[in-house]
Design a protein around this ligand. Sequence first.
Ligand code: AMP
Ligand code: MG
Length: 211
Amino acid sequence: MLLKTEVFKVEDAEKDRKCIEICAGILKRGGLVAFPTETVYGLGANALDVSAVEKLYAAKNRPAVKPLSVCVADLPSAERVAVFDDRAKLLFKTFMPGPLTIVLPKRETVPGLVTAGLDTVGIRVPANDIAMMLLKLSGVPLALPSANLSGKGSLSDGSEVVKELYGRVDAIIDAGKTSVGTVSTIVSLAGEAKILRVGAVPPEEILQLVK
Ligand code: AMP
Ligand code: MG
């Protein structure tokens, strides 16, 4: 299905607040918005809205067996979607906002579609002013996979996201190149601490805190 995609060129979250307000409204109404984080661009949808999440899988051509991680603004919001133990709180306080995703037991508020039926959810807080303002203004947790078609590489430049997702999403915030450019490290704390994907945070920095 072809959607009318609005592209917003954004340089600075405060200066371009109006664009971010519009995008937050789109997310609240169940739409899809691609936007930068410090790692790569993400494609966001309200994680509590099943039909928004269905659209997200369709826009990426992503098989529904691959779970989506969830992006939030702060610890209280994170604790509404996942169950934090002391190890998780320590990692959260040490690395977030930042390029780390922590997989934790999920709360019932998160639809099973988001996590592909798993009883865990990946949580992340982006260190990016635009992403943070979008999260605060939309007021909902966002399912946030990388903003690219399934099977393709993640994108760290807004113009590449426009090329790949134009016509498939409601809006794209193009803020140029992301600052880190590589994906987040993923650690599971659902049982013993386990690195699931190596990314921007070195695994040993994580494992020395939560063995
Ligand atoms: P992407 O969706 O491209 O941003 O990549 C996120 C990665 O996190 C994917 O490989 C997912 O499979 C993985 N992931 C997300 N949620 C979970 C989870 N609950 N358990 C294990 N892996 C997860
Ligand atoms: Mg990806």
